[in-house]
Design a protein. Structure first.
Ligand SMILES: Cc1ncc(COP(=O)(O)O)c(C=O)c1O
Length: 406
């Protein structure tokens, strides 16, 4: 039996995983430099944002969405989406939104910034997204909406969530920060709720270092989103006209130009991640003990920003998840635990609950607790590799399993 790398044996993989984002001198010369130069020489580094407008038009066509506006960050985009969907101005109490308890903190802090209360609910153990039954059970007299996070790039169960929202009069804000190009059935995320938000922060599947995009199908909603992020202006209005109160979360033109350059490869990369994710899933399922992401019937395309697996120590001779992570990392397979605290138990959220007890509710979340105890995460850059690299991952898992269960 092969000696594990953690015990001094040879690693399965000794090359590093590709750094993200992918860069090259050739791409700089042909695709990036000309676009940044164009911005620089035009002296239009901000308003009226022609690069941003061009990227937004590209995104609308790509994603089948009516309206899109670039912002400085994904968190800003999410705030703008809340402002638009709920007609919230950030100054007065805006009702309560339901948020999954297994997500990045911005999914909750963005609605909080708009003076929404938040109610944290359990997620489904297969998709790691909002559990529709938990949502239904959590709806209270103050509930006005829900944040459907497409965690890791797997679309949330929007058929069920939209049915609940329609029946109970709730708005849906899609948090698509991790789900560029993901499809719910054949429809891209960000076009199915009342408003959606993407992030282009440096780890994301499409990035400009920092950046975000708010989307909506509804023109009135879009006016509110746009006004929120552009000091109360309506698009097409006069410069000194401010029909609403808003703030400034506009994008700058260099970021927009970089997004335009990188956008060209997004679709092919998304297909590659999706195909590699499915292939790796078959390999891991065959080994047992490490349950791969369980793609749900409504998932038309998985964006695999994260590859989230569930570890079963019994299949690995009783070794803990943390021991497994150490052993797998030692074999050259980069992995981590991901979110390791219920969002409702983060210190900042607890502090909010202490200061404003009427703003935070948390429902029982037994499934989320289990997921957090068992999760093993890979990141999207690994899935851009070839089948040989997916084979390496499976080989490393099989090697550890053989060493520990024999
Ligand atoms: C699920 C989710 N929502 C929102 C955000 C916020 O995006 P940003 O970091 O661009 O503000 C992120 C980014 O990490 C995220 O993962």
């Amino acid at each position: 039996m092969a000696r594990l790398a953690i015990d001094g044996g040879d690693k399965v993989r000794s090359r590093p995983w590709p750094a993200w984002p992918e860069v090259s001198e050739a791409k700089w010369e042909t695709e990036v430099a000309p676009r940044l130069k164009e911005v620089y020489l035009s002296r239009t580094e901000g308003l009226p944002n022609p690069q941003a407008r061009a990227f937004e038009a590209q995104w609308c066509e790509y994603a089948g969405v009516q309206h899109a506006t670039l912002t400085s960050h994904g968190t800003d985009a999410l705030m703008a989406a809340v402002a638009g969907a709920l007609d919230a101005d950030g100054l007065g109490r805006a009702g309560e939104v339901i948020v999954p308890n297994y997500t990045f903190i911005a999914s909750a802090s963005a609605p909080m910034a708009l003076q929404c209360g938040v109610c944290f609910v359990d997620v489904d153990p297969d998709s790691f997204n909002l559990d529709p039954a938990a949502v239904e059970a959590a709806i209270g007299p103050d509930t006005v909406g829900l944040v459907a996070v497409h965690l890791g790039g797997h679309p949330a169960d929007l058929d069920a969530l939209r049915a609940i929202a329609a029946r109970r009069g709730l708005k849906i804000i899609e948090d698509c920060a991790q789900a560029h190009g993901a499809r719910h059935h054949q429809t891209q995320v960000g076009s199915l709720g009342d408003a959606g938000a993407f992030s282009y922060q440096s780890s994301k599947n499409l990035t400009s270092g920092e950046g975000g995009l708010v989307t909506t199908q509804d023109t009135e909603t879009w006016y509110r989103c746009y006004a929120y992020l552009n000091i109360g202006r309506y698009l097409g209005g006069e410069r000194w006209e401010h029909p609403r109160i808003g703030w400034n979360y506009r994008s700058n033109e260099y970021a927009a130009a970089l997004l335009r350059a990188r956008f060209a490869t997004l679709d092919e990369e998304t297909d590659r991640r999706d195909a590699n994710g499915a292939y790796l899933g078959e390999l891991l399922a065959g080994l047992g003990g490490l349950t791969p992401p369980r793609r749900q019937p409504w998932c038309g395309r998985h964006a695999y920003h994260l590859y989230i697996m569930q570890y079963d120590g019994d299949a690995f001779g009783g070794h803990s998840r943390d021991e497994f992570l150490k052993a797998l990392n030692a074999e050259g397979i980069a992995c981590g635990v991901g979110y390791n605290k219920l969002l409702s138990e983060q210190e900042g959220v607890q502090a909010m609950a202490g200061r404003y007890p009427d703003r935070v509710r948390a429902m029982p979340c037994p499934q989320t607790v289990q997921i957090m105890e068992r999760s093993v995460w890979f990141t999207q850059n690994m899935l851009l590799e070839g089948r040989a690299e997916m084979d390496e991952i499976a080989t490393a898992v099989a090697k550890i399993k053989a060493a520990w269960s024999g």
